[in-house]
Design a protein around this ligand. Structure first.
Ligand SMILES: Cc1ncc(COP(=O)(O)O)c(C=O)c1O
Length: 396
């Protein structure tokens, strides 16, 4: 279907196409991971404000590699994570045999509730794997200080929140490791792609190897590589596989598009922030939630959430959105309450959904619609007018 208001619009520009074509037309080109991947990683690290970044083929791969690193370095334990997140965050935890401990959300920012996280921390807690949902910041000083005091790792999933900040510092610089996605619908795109960021050299080296079959030659440090080669004299130096790992590499086309997209990211994010405020100004607060905590937020989407828990109203809203070709997703970030999904059945048997009221409201009555940089104020006003004009039955 052609939408009048799609979730994302025009995020692969003519200039992106030109840099990709220029690369493809080169003589003696290398298209698999090489110098542009390296360059993109360096530029991304500089933009974000971290020492190291590793470009991978998706945000989901970034999640899985991150949890694999925790497994190798720290062993077993419980990982606290949100009930509203993308499926790969949860999968990365269970596929590494960590125990997932789910937390309800804060309705003001759709991220894990600070109070609920602290309630669920115990001696077995290894890490808090926060998702900064749909452009909102989920960190608080209290949470960061509490985790430091208890020596619990913080891992940030920033796949939906490139450029958002906490205390004026970019999200993705607070955790031991952070993850980004460059999938089509996000703040910037490399077609498919993800980034793993850290200030820890050992983690960086480990991630580099895990991205490429666990190979020693990927460590990126000649001195250590020589020591490893010496340790395994019976192995071919170029084929020493240190860990059971993956091939999660990206390629030069993705990297060169990423380098080009990064140039416009801040400008595009400024537009997104402005647009978000226009949505908030014109949307009817009697019908929809507008009381979000937007300090530091940078939202690639607008969360359209009914105030009232009414299935009839929900059906009305969906039919109006469809009729007006406004593209939407129900359940906000990734299909709503993960605890209701079949893949998690064996982990959720003893969970009482009554303790997850906030995420359940989003699951049934929460949506998101597009907030892309080229969206005009007039168009936002028009969308708000359409949505505000729906006559909901006060009894439902
Ligand atoms: C919070 C979050 N984490 C991880 C991912 C996975 O990223 P990708 O789609 O690049 O695999 C997404 C994707 O939308 C996401 O929203």
């Amino acid at each position: 279907m052609k939408f009048s208001h799609p979730l994302m619009h025009d995020n692969f520009t003519k200039s992106d196409m030109n840099v990709a074509i220029k690369l493809l037309k080169k003589k003696n080109k290398v298209l698999t991971q090489s110098r542009y991947v390296n360059e993109f990683e360096k530029k991304w690290s500089k933009w974000l404000g971290v020492r190291y970044s590793v470009f991978v083929n998706s945000g989901s791969s970034a999640n899985l590699l991150t949890m694999t690193v925790l497994k190798i370095l720290y062993g077993n334990g419980e990982i606290i994570l949100p009930s509203l997140t993308w499926v790969s965050d949860v999968n990365s935890v269970i596929q590494n045999n960590f125990k997932p401990v789910f937390v309800d959300i804060n309705p003001k920012n759709l991220c894990m509730s600070e109070k609920e996280i602290i309630k669920k921390i115990n001696k077995k807690t290894l890490a808090v794997f926060i998702t900064h949902a749909q452009g909102f910041n989920g960190l608080t000083s209290k949470l960061i200080n509490y985790l430091k005091r208890k020596r619990i790792l913080l891992v940030e999933d920033v796949c939906e929140s490139h450029g958002a900040t906490f205390n004026k510092k970019k999200l993705g610089t607070f955790g031991k490791i952070s993850n980004f996605s460059f999938y089509y619908a996000h703040h910037m795109s490399t077609i498919e792609g993800g980034m793993i960021c850290t200030n820890d050299k050992k983690i960086y080296q480990l991630v580099r190897m895990l991205r490429s079959h666990g190979m020693a030659r990927e460590i990126g440090d000649d001195k250590i590589e020589k020591m490893i080669i010496k340790k395994y004299p019976k192995l071919s130096p170029k084929f020493i596989f240190l860990f059971p790992a993956f091939n999660f590499r990206n390629n030069e086309i993705g990297a060169i598009i990423g380098i080009n997209q990064l140039k416009s990211l801040d400008k595009n994010n400024t537009m997104r922030k402005k647009n978000f405020k226009v949505f908030l100004k014109y949307l009817d607060a009697e019908k929809y939630r507008t009381d979000f905590d937007i300090t530091g937020s940078c939202n690639y989407a607008f969360p359209l959430i009914l105030n009232k828990a009414s299935y009839k109203n929900r059906d009305k809203l969906e039919s109006v959105l469809k009729k007006n070709k406004i593209e939407f997703r129900r359940g906000n970030a990734g299909g709503g309450n993960q605890l209701r999904q079949p893949y998690l059945k064996s982990f959720t048997k003893n969970i009482n959904l009554k303790n997850f009221k906030e995420v359940d409201h989003i699951h049934f009555f929460g949506y998101y619609i597009g907030n892309y940089p080229t969206l005009s104020v007039n168009k936002i006003k028009k969308i708000c007018f359409i949505i505000n004009s729906i006559k909901y039955d006060p009894e439902n």
